[in-house]
Design a binder for this molecule. Structure first.
Ligand code: KIV
Length: 278
């Protein structure tokens, strides 16, 4: 595997994670750890913690901007978030979501959006949602030399078509469509595919059926790697508790308590002390 331990490394000796690294990890059955990032400070911490892939997800629309869905975020806003993330990263592969409205019009529009992301952010790849319907765009972007990650199953940009965030592909017809889509994306040349909220058995079957890594979110342990929205993992999104999220921290409580103590200290005249003053 062409990665190194990051902790004691300097900028010069850190081996970057590339799309090739992910393929090698898949072949060696080393699970890929992917998380979302939207800003410099968090990206730096996540990168130093050893996350392999940082996704500048359009979930920024939810967790950064407070929108109900991912639909409102714009390409310009995604580019801003990606620029911030790239500045904080030394090792991880940075993948940027093409947002709703930036690629559905035509493969020409998709390519133009992907080129903007690559030129203006310094990120390493783009991700877009869909199967057969986006294959022409995927091929055109890859032909231009830009690595593409696919995204199947629950695709949040189509939420108004689905009408619900429930598990996808429980029925044979939809499962069969995803089986076809994952192969079409692989043939088109994607370097990986996110599988969101589909039955674990189907995700494991899809993972075995293609030669590129699958990254699951709510898709069980049989994928080549896992992704979560960092805000969910850290317990910042208190009202969002689907069963696929594991909370590794309760930062909302930590922040509330810390800020509460700060407010009390300020009110009591206990901050700043003479040691904290000039
Ligand atoms: O935008 C996002 O956070 C994503 C992940 C859920 C895979 O696409």
């Amino acid at each position: 595997m062409s990665t190194q331990t990051v902790s004691a490394s300097t900028a010069a000796d850190v081996a970057r994670v590339t799309t090739q690294t992910l393929l090698e990890m898949r072949d060696e059955e080393t699970p890929v750890a992917m998380l979302t990032a939207y800003d410099y400070t968090s990206a730096r911490i996540l990168d130093e913690a050893g996350v392999d892939v940082l996704l500048v997800g359009d979930s920024a629309s939810n967790v950064m901007a407070g929108h109900e869905t991912t639909l409102p975020i714009t390409l310009d806003q995604m580019i801003y978030h990606a620029q911030c993330v790239v500045r904080g990263v030394r090792r991880a592969l940075v993948v940027v979501d093409l947002p709703f409205g930036a690629y559905q019009g035509s493969s020409r529009e998709a390519l133009r959006s992907a080129i903007r992301v690559m030129k203006e952010t310094g990120a390493h790849a783009v991700k877009l949602e869909g199967g057969e319907d986006v294959v022409a765009s995927v091929e055109r972007i890859i032909d231009a030399g830009i690595p593409v990650m696919g995204h199947l199953g629950l695709t949040p940009q189509s939420i108004y078509k689905f009408g619900t965030y429930k598990v996808r592909a429980r029925e044979d017809e939809e499962a069969e469509a995803i089986r076809r889509d994952v192969v079409r994306l692989e043939e088109a040349g994607v370097f990986g595919v996110v599988l969101e909220k589909i039955p674990a058995a189907l995700a494991a079957e899809l993972t075995a059926s293609v030669s590129v890594p699958t990254i699951g979110i709510g898709a069980g342990a049989g994928c080549s790697g896992q992704v979560l929205v960092t805000h969910d993992l850290l317990g910042l999104t208190k009202d969002f508790n689907p069963r696929f999220v594991r909370h590794y921290a309760d930062l909302a409580t930590t922040i509330t308590e810390s800020v509460g103590r700060y407010v009390s200290d300020v009110r009591a005249g206990a901050f700043p002390s003479s040691e904290e003053s000039y």
